[in-house]
Design a protein around this ligand. Structure first.
Ligand SMILES: [Zn+2]
Ligand SMILES: [Zn+2]
Ligand SMILES: [Zn+2]
Ligand SMILES: [Zn+2]
Length: 249
């Protein structure tokens, strides 16, 4: 078989090919957002899988859940949400039968540290400070979200909130243009500008001096792009740089 080409039980009629495209997609495995590298149907069925959804581990352990063994399931139990991001489980899932935890494959594999040389972010299960996007510690009463916290302890962002920023921009594009696929020229405009005002308000409560605020806002923006690359299942420097360039447009 050609390198980068696979057969997958979820799409038995066609081969899937590993591709890197600078546009978002919906993973047909876990039903979550993806960006960057993915397995795509060669026959333009618009069928995509995250790399980690195309070749998952049968069982999986996670340091946040010591003693738990997660099993990969193509169809999870109904009415479940992800214990990492709080979003619904609609497809592929890592499930712990003993404790009942559920994780999206892309959430299960979120890197514990993200470091671009300047900003270092660490993944936390427990939230100790308010998120700069939603201004809250807990996502909602019934669901928590993991957060990335900068090593200076200044920047806190829910994984769920960063996913939300991505989805809002993506859906807005859908609404404006109908067909996302037809937008070859502007397909890269996955910007976060629309959230800036809200982000700004949450930040102002924290920092008062303008110089400090500008520096801090910049750090939060960098942090958001780094986390975005991680949540879409392609935590590579390439994807983070790409997302950063889109935001700076
Ligand atoms: Zn997936
Ligand atoms: Zn196909
Ligand atoms: Zn999740
Ligand atoms: Zn939040």
């Amino acid at each position: 078989m050609i390198y980068g080409e696979i057969s997958h039980s979820s799409h038995p009629d066609h081969k899937l090919k590993l591709e890197h495209r600078e546009r978002p997609y919906n993973c047909d495995g876990c039903k979550e957002l993806g960006f960057g590298s993915r397995y795509t149907c060669e026959e333009s069925c618009n069928f995509h899988l995250h790399k980690d959804c195309a070749s998952p581990e049968n069982t999986f352990t996670h340091p946040f859940f010591p003693g738990c063994l997660f099993h990969f399931l193509e169809i999870g139990k109904p009415d479940r949400f992800c214990d990492a991001c709080g979003r619904d489980i609609k497809g592929y899932v890592y499930h712990c039968f003993t404790e009942g935890w559920d994780l999206h494959p892309s959430c299960a594999l979120l890197p514990h540290t993200i470091n671009d040389g300047e900003t270092k972010l660490v993944l936390h299960r427990e939230v100790t400070s308010r998120c700069h996007r939603c201004g809250k510690k807990e996502l909602r009463k019934s669901a928590k979200s993991w957060s990335y916290v900068s090593t200076c302890e200044e920047c806190h962002l829910h994984v769920a909130c960063v996913k939300e920023i991505l989805l809002e921009n993506w859906e807005k594009q859908h609404l404006c243009d109908g067909k996302f696929e037809r937008r070859a020229k502007t397909e890269n405009s996955l910007a976060i500008e629309s959230r800036d005002s809200k982000l700004h308000i949450v930040l102002q409560k924290k920092e008062s001096k303008p110089g400090k605020l500008a520096k801090f806002t910049k750090m939060v923006k960098v942090a958001i792009t780094l986390i975005m690359a991680a949540v879409v299942g392609d935590p590579t420097a390439l994807v983070a740089t790409l997302i950063a360039s889109l935001i700076n447009h």
